[in-house]
Design a binder for this molecule. Structure first.
Ligand SMILES: Cc1ncc(COP(=O)(O)O)c(C=O)c1O
Length: 355
């Protein structure tokens, strides 16, 4: 058991000794005088879970899916949340307290930022992917430390050097939480991204896998130790106080994940490389090795370029300040496995004519 798990374990034992430990149970097949399915509509079509997981909405199908997802990653446990947002605001406040300092990259997603806001921790923001600065600040900080990063950033498509990040975490006894939203599906074993390589690292507290991006559904798995899972079941408010996913959704998710694990994703890299090779070199762009996103820095022309592309039936989004820093306005291009080389040609032609 690592240092973080030991702390969580103490709190779970306290609860146990008071006889108030929460556990997931299954009541399928009993006469229902407990659920919120007042009209029977949830059960009739398996369209609703009938209640929260700790009351009436815990199904073996979801427990199996959680175990099999964790197993795919070689991890001990996974816990499903209804969205990535709910996972991030549910996990961060309970793995930290007033004695904690959270160190986050300046570009983390709003859900991670809101999770930090809901916590009682002190907060330090480090410049994007600047692990040297992070190291200096870690060295000057006492108390519990947690680093919060994404494996792939949604706007820039780039990634932190996770090997270096975990070296720092080890050196300064810091825990790490990684959000895989934009990395999942796009690289690594079973297409599950890069963070999986670090799940066993003693300083890894959790990896969050939002399922609304490459997995094409909704929800999120928080993956970590069994102690972490039991701790979240007991203390994480956005897990406890909400209706669970329906059996229908669980079944769909099982299918989506099976597809994701086995998909040949090489076409995305091919399309992205084709774009990079043929775009006019006067353009600057930002991307990373594990991302399907290229940010084409288009400055003052951004809105004009977006309008022109839309006119030609090409759906892209202009990303303006303050979403990105002033001067870094861009057209955010997401490559998908259903895009074609002809579509890339059309896109590049229009962009090159507007340089
Ligand atoms: C990095 C990151 N984490 C979490 C989320 C939230 O996930 P969800 O849409 O499942 O709430 C997003 C959504 O954009 C995201 O980009």
């Amino acid at each position: 058991m690592n240092l973080f798990d030991k702390q969580l374990h103490v709190k779970l034992e306290e609860r146990k000794s008071k006889g108030i430990l929460r556990k997931l149970k299954n009541y399928d097949g009993l006469v229902d005088f407990s659920s919120n399915d007042f009209l029977g509509l949830a059960t009739q079509n398996q369209s609703g879970a009938t209640g929260s997981r700790l009351i009436s909405g815990n199904f073996v199908e979801l427990e199996h899916l959680e175990s099999s997802f964790a197993e795919k990653l070689g991890a001990k446990a996974a816990l499903y949340y209804n969205s990535g947002y709910m996972a991030n605001i549910g996990v961060i406040p309970v793995i930290s307290d007033r004695s904690t300092t959270i160190f986050s990259d300046e570009l983390i997603h709003a859900s991670l930022r809101d999770g930090i806001r809901l916590s009682h921790a002190k907060h330090h923001v480090f410049p994007h992917n600047d692990l040297e600065k992070l190291g200096k600040t870690l060295a000057n900080t006492d108390g519990q430390k947690i680093i919060v990063v994404e494996s792939v950033y949604s706007m820039d498509g780039d990634s932190p050097d996770l090997t270096l990040l975990f070296d720092l975490a080890k050196q300064f006894d810091a825990g790490v939480l990684i959000d895989e939203a934009h990395g999942m599906g796009l690289s690594g074993k079973y297409n599950l991204g890069q963070a999986q390589q670090f799940i066993h690292h003693p300083n890894c507290i959790a990896v969050v896998y939002p399922l609304g991006k490459s997995a094409g559904l909704s929800g999120a798995f928080v993956v970590g130790s069994e102690v972490l899972k039991q701790y979240l079941i007991n203390f994480s408010r956005s897990f406890i106080y909400t209706t669970a996913p329906s059996k229908k959704l669980i079944e769909q998710l099982k299918g989506q994940l099976a597809n994701l694990y086995s998909k040949d994703i090489s076409i995305i890299e091919k399309l992205k490389n084709q774009f990079i090779l043929s775009i006019n070199p006067h353009y600057s762009f930002i991307t990373g090795d594990y991302s399907a996103v290229v940010g084409l820095l288009t400055g003052e022309k951004t809105l004009k370029i977006e309008a022109e592309l839309l006119k030609q039936n090409l759906f892209v989004k202009a990303i303006l300040a303050p979403t990105v820093r002033k001067g870094k306005e861009r057209i955010r291009i997401c490559f998908h496995d259903f895009n074609t080389l002809n579509e890339i040609k059309l896109l590049v032609n229009i962009l090159n004519n507007m340089v």
